[in-house]
Write a protein that binds this ligand. Structure first.
Ligand SMILES: [Zn+2]
Length: 122
């Protein structure tokens, strides 16, 4: 499991309508993975569980798995011609999720930490 895969999982956990929240089986496994991340389990020891979660989602008919490509495709504010100079990032650096800063605080769901404004080097 990579930080990018965790970022995808983190963003999906933040979405109440996502299958990782609405499917009890997938939800329990996703929360179990996030719990072990918070306990400091190295991500590379969680690969099997992530594969199992992905299989659950695919078997349940949710086409998009946990491919990291999705996290970039959905990155808000990217690709609109404006350069993003500040992003919200997980303070621990374990989770690679980034979000555009806004009025509302954003939590890293995987780590249960508020995401912090991070300046991108230009
Ligand atoms: Zn996160």
């Amino acid at each position: 499991m990579t930080a990018d895969q965790l970022a995808v999982l983190c963003r999906r956990l933040a979405d109440d309508t996502d299958a990782v929240r609405t499917s009890p089986e997938a939800g329990a496994l996703a929360e179990s993975i996030a719990c072990r991340v918070r306990d400091g389990t190295p991500l590379d020891e969680l690969g099997d569980d992530l594969d199992a979660l992905e299989m659950l989602l695919l078997r349940a008919g949710h086409a998009a798995g946990l491919s990291p490509a999705r996290s970039y495709a959905r990155f808000p504010g990217a690709g609109d011609g404006h350069r993003v100079l500040e992003v919200l990032a997980c303070p621990t650096g374990v989770c690679a999720r980034v979000e555009a800063p806004g009025a509302e605080p954003v939590f890293c769901v995987a780590l249960r930490q508020p995401m912090v404004v991070t300046r991108l080097r230009s």
